[in-house]
Ligand binder design. Sequence first.
Ligand SMILES: [Cu+2]
Length: 364
Amino acid sequence: MAVVVRPALVCHGVRVLQARAFSDPTSWWTFAAIHGFGLDRWREVGLMPATPPPGAGFRNVLWDQCQHQSWYFLPWHRGYVLALEEEVRAAVVASGGPEDWALPYWNYFRDPAIPPAFTEVSTPDGAPNPLRVRARFGPAGDGVIRIPRAQINARAMQLHAFTGTRNGSPGFGGLDTGFSHEGETSGALESQPHNVVHVLIGGRGVLDGRSVSGVMSDPRTAGLDPVFWLHHANIDRMWAAWNAAGEQDPRGEAWLEGPTARRFALPRLSGKIEEFEPSEMRRIDDLGYGYDSLDVGAVAVTTAPEGMQRPSARKVGQRWTVAWNSWVRTRSLSCWNPVAGRTSCGWSRRSKRSPPASTVGWVR
Ligand SMILES: [Cu+2]
């Protein structure tokens, strides 16, 4: 069964989250701050909400968590995308949308241009388009978002080791680190295409007479741009494709259980802030979703495409309407319980620990 996902529903979901106060753990603003926060940067790009931010206790648990230059990059971002996705889905379902709504992914190897849904100034009803961000400048700084094919590659897919070494390959997934909000060496997939696409989308340009870095160019602001989530869905898909080709994630406790200095924590539909660890993020089947295709679509991939295809029997297709482009991401329903209105997947719940806060930069 193919389900057409109308962009209006996506806009609606984003609008619902954006209408929530900054102090709400499930607001758009909180999700962005979970990735990273910088007051000056949020102001500079014109996206600081008018509502007051939450208190320090809440900020210390949730904000500034994104894992970069680390072997936790992939599992942390998988959990992060899932948590936002379930919030948006709840808003979509509440408005009469499909219960199996899932985030689309943007495969820029196949479709270099951002879809019009993300660039139009207003939605068909004349209201401002919540999928558009003004400080999204693109490779030439002129607001045209096209990923030059020559500047991205998927060579990471050829690596067999997940974990990198300090003097050798960075590995598919990155170096063995503790909690790493910033660091020195990105894993191969994190470098290419992840970091490169961030900077190509965000770029640098002029906003209200000032030269500023784009929202997507900086981890402190990236989560504010709705296209962030489609980019990360594609990175998540590439990890799933790498596993589907038979490659193995780390098996030691240090990776499986996550960092001890600060635990990963996300707001869930339950209304609680729940901790999670990489061991829970290994298998997308167990998490209740899949992709319509695990073909990365990049020439550099040497793995046989048919070896990367997954069985599609239990998948439910989802598709943007043609006018709003045609990326597809599919999701099975094994974890989604529409009656309870929440997922039944069990993420671990642990006691809170105290965190440090810092910032990172992809800005060049
Ligand atoms: Cu990212």
